[in-house]
Ligand binder design. Structure first.
Ligand SMILES: Nc1ncnc2c1ncn2[C@@H]1O[C@H](COP(=O)(O)OP(=O)(O)OP(=O)(O)O)[C@@H](O)[C@H]1O
Length: 274
């Protein structure tokens, strides 16, 4: 287990790890304002897995980017362990960003083709810490071990890896500085179905092993059902349903949610997760 790089303040009466209130995002397009995210509120306790589902264009990725402060909200607050992200900028935002990392959909474009796997995994340490030399080597190898890849992979380049292996490298890099929150934005949709299943199982094990908290974005309800404790259903930027995953799947109260559930393809038994 890696030692913590920094720690957030820990209160006795602990707030949810992530608490989002009234999150709203307007984009201007062709001189007109378009509300992509409309008054979304959510909470994730430490160690929880919250899924956001909805069809293409419903605003899921925009929520992910807002939570990561990759884009600025039009309105709303985002608290990480009680700390207001919207009040932070510059160095204090950079410091708190260590505690929240994002894994994107496409591992093929996320890795620099000219950098070895070693350099890809070492980068967060070089940018954010003073860890160097033998200790850096130890960390890189430990992270390859965490994502169940051989140490010798550090000498390889991205084109020498499969899609699933590349996504494991992206996950290794995302967990390098021991974040508390991992935002997973469709992390398996660019992968083959059999590899998707491996990555989902792996993400579940990783959460238990590193005590991570996930915000999991997907249009794949079967994956969400497998991985998430609670789920939010989004339609046209709005939250139309929220609750315990099993309860929502068993008895959706919203007609849009029911349509989504009915659209899950019936697949052969061995692909049951999907
Ligand atoms: N930078 C932007 N400028 C203008 N409109 C944007 C921008 N980013 C997203 N949008 C629009 O906001 C809406 C929500 O997009 P978003 O990517 O969040 O949806 P999504 O649910 O993640 O879709 P998908 O599942 O296809 O990724 C879409 O209509 C999209 O066109």
């Amino acid at each position: 287990m890696l030692s913590p790089v920094t720690t957030l303040s820990i209160d006795a009466a602990r707030p949810p790890l992530l608490s989002v209130t009234g999150l709203t995002k307007d984009f201007s397009s062709g001189g007109r304002l378009f509300r992509a995210v409309d008054d979304i509120s959510l909470q994730i306790p430490q160690g929880g897995v919250l899924g956001i589902v909805g069809e293409s264009g419903s605003g899921k990725s925009t929520v992910a980017r807002l939570v990561m402060r990759l884009i600025e909200p039009t309105a709303g607050t985002i608290l990480l362990d009680g700390e207001d992200l919207s009040a932070k900028s510059g160095e204090s935002l950079r410091l708190i960003r260590r505690h929240m990392q994002i894994v994107f959909q496409n591992p093929h474009s996320a890795l620099n083709p000219r950098h070895t796997i070693h350099d890809a995994i070492a980068e967060p340490f070089l940018v954010q810490t003073t860890i160097r030399g033998l200790e850096l080597e130890r960390r890189v190898e430990a992270l390859l071990d965490i994502v169940s890849l051989p140490k010798a992979f550090k000498y390889r380049y991205p084109h020498e890896l499969s899609g699933g292996q590349k996504q494991r490298i992206c996950i290794a890099r995302a967990v390098a500085l021991e974040p508390r929150l991992l935002v997973l934005d469709e992390p398996t949709s660019a992968l083959d179905v059999s590899v998707q299943a491996q990555i989902i199982t792996f993400l579940q094990e990783l959460r238990d092993r590193l005590n991570l908290t996930y915000l999991f974005i997907s249009h794949n309800l079967a994956v969400v059902r497998y991985l998430c404790d609670r789920v939010i259903v989004m339609n046209q930027g709005k939250m139309v349903e929220e609750g315990v995953t099993d309860a929502i799947f068993a008895n959706p109260s919203n007609s849009y949610t029911r349509q989504l559930i009915d659209s899950i393809p019936r697949l052969p038994q061995r692909n049951l997760v999907y």
